[in-house]
Every structure is written in structure tokens, then in C-alpha cells.
Design a protein around this ligand. Sequence first.
Ligand SMILES: Nc1nc2c(ncn2[C@@H]2O[C@H](COP(=O)(O)OP(=O)(O)O)[C@@H](O)[C@H]2O)c(=O)[nH]1
Ligand SMILES: [Mg+2]
Length: 328
Amino acid sequence: MNANLTPEYRRAEQQLREARTPADKLAALEEMLRTLPKHKGTDGMQADLRGRIAKLRKEPLKKGARSGFTHAVPREGAGQVALVGPPNSGRSSLVVALTHATPEVGRYPFTTLEATPGMMRFEDVLIQLVDLPPVSSQHVEPWVFDLVRVADLVWVVLDGDSPLEGLDEVRELLGRRKLALYPAGLAPAVADCPDGALQKRAVVLATGADRAGVREACRAADDLLEGRWPILPVSAVTGDGLDLLRQRTFEALDVIRIYSKQPGKPPDRAAPFTLPRGATVADLAVRIHKDLLAQMKSARVWGSGVFDGQTVQREHVLSDRDVVEIHE
Ligand SMILES: Nc1nc2c(ncn2[C@@H]2O[C@H](COP(=O)(O)OP(=O)(O)O)[C@@H](O)[C@H]2O)c(=O)[nH]1
Ligand SMILES: [Mg+2]
């Protein structure tokens, strides 16, 4: 079969062969789906991967399953963000400030012992934040690494008083579990990535921007790291930096928003579908309904890169904010 598979896809395939836990398998399958070239010739492979992912995602819910991954958080919205940081770095406070969720905020190092999801709004999409217990050299709940593996993005949440130490510690502890972070917006650095590690995009932020000296500490850290790990100062108390954080997070997820419409009706602007950048009309059809792709005859698109209402085929690559009408 000649599906023009990319080196990224081959790497993900290799990851799958080496995967030992359901979480690793899930992460590898999702990476395969993400990097699989999307065209007619790979429709079957796409369907197969989607089926295997769906099956694995259900697995932890199986009664009496002994292996498996007990703290899985079902993904919702435009993407899942895992909040990783040292004890008391302000993860739970951010989740409280940005979502309707109510994880406990406290002065004790291990206040948060569960994974607590909440939905953060950015413009017309919702992004899922998952508050996690701390990572520290003293102790990490082992399942925290599983959740990081399957997340779309990591927020490294640092205490603004000592951002550099925190960043080093987080990267070191994840690295031991073969998880390599790289800053969103920059390409993964080969030198930073130990053999066989899973690369995860990260946005790095420091809390406490309302306190004296924190912004300076962030700037000093940026200088020391020569701009390789931009640190965004934020405050859960004053809300400083939170708008920028939402925006950076949306950009880091690298998704596009698509509004579907029915023939003769206005588009549904209330709840866009979100798809990975590079997604096609076929990807959208599958997302809308599992049988729609088989029934689809053609589609019309309004948006950038097309004239209004242009008829396109299933391989057509969509752009952010396109309006799409699918004809059966
Ligand atoms: N001044 C200030 N205090 C904060 C900020 N974020 C968190 N805190 C405080 O830091 C402590 C730890 O916060 P928490 O969210 O529980 O940290 P977690 O352990 O990372 O979840 C709490 O006392 C918070 O009130 C912030 O942006 N500014
Ligand atoms: Mg907490």
C-alpha cells in the first residue's frame, strides 16, 4: 500500500509497538491519527485508528479491569490541557479562576489528589483544563504521567518566585518517565529529546504576577534560557495575563473552528466543530456523524481560500472559521 506515510507517522507506529500500558498505546494511536496523511487512500486506516482509539478510551470504564488507567479524564471541547507543576504552584487557583470547576485550593503541598477537569472558554470554544496533583522529587502519583501522555497540551505551572527551579524539576521528573516537553510554537529540539521519549507541547507560566518581583523573576529566567522557554507571568488573584494565557493555549492546540450549515439555512455559529489544523471535509463529516462520510456526495465551503459557496471534494483542506455545508 502506498499511502505516502511520513516519518512522523512511522515514529508513532514504532511508539505503538513499544507501548506497554493502555495510556502509552492510546497516546501512540492518537499520534498516528494526527500524523497520518488525510486522503481517500487512507480512509480505511483513519477509520481503523479511530475505532481503536475509541475502544481504548472506553477500557478504563470496564468493570473489574485490572490493568488500565484508573484516572482517565474523557476529553471534551477543543483540547485537553494537563496542569503540571510543583506543589503549591497555583494550578488549582488557575482552574478556579478560569473555569466553573472547584478544585480545592490550599496551603498544603498535596491538596489536590484527584484529576479535576474544568472547561475554559476562549472566544467561541471551550478548552478542557485538568488540574492534577503536584510533581515533586518527593512524590508523584504515578497516574499523573498517564494523564500527561494523553493530553493535547501541558501547562507547566510554576511558582513565580522560583520559576527556573520549578521548570528544571518538572522537566527532569517527566524526562525520567520518557516524556519530553517542548515549548508550543517552537519545533521540538532534538537535543532536548532523549531516545524514545514522547514529545509533548507545553505552555510555561508562572503564577503570582500580583506579587512584587515575580515579573522580574520571569524576565530573568527568560534571559537565562535565551528565549527558548518563554514564561508567561499570570495572576489568579488579579486576573493579569489570563487573557493572553487563553489565547496562547488556543494557538498551541493548533486546531481550526468549523461552522456547519444545512442547505438553505444559516450556519450554526453557536458551537463550532474543532479539528486539527490540516483537517479535511472528510474529517469534518466523520466528526459530525459516523455514517455521514459514506453518504456524502459533495460539500460547499464559505471562508478563506475558496470563493463563497464553492463546491469542494472530501479531500479539501479546511481553514479556521470556514462554514461548510455537506450534501448527501
Ligand atoms: N498572590 C497570589 N497567590 C496565589 C496565586 N495563585 C495561587 N496562589 C496561592 O498559592 C497557594 C497555592 O495555590 P494552589 O492553587 O492550591 O496551588 P496548587 O497546589 O498548585 O494547586 C494558595 O495559597 C493560593 O491562594 C497568584 O496568582 N497570586
Ligand atoms: Mg492543587
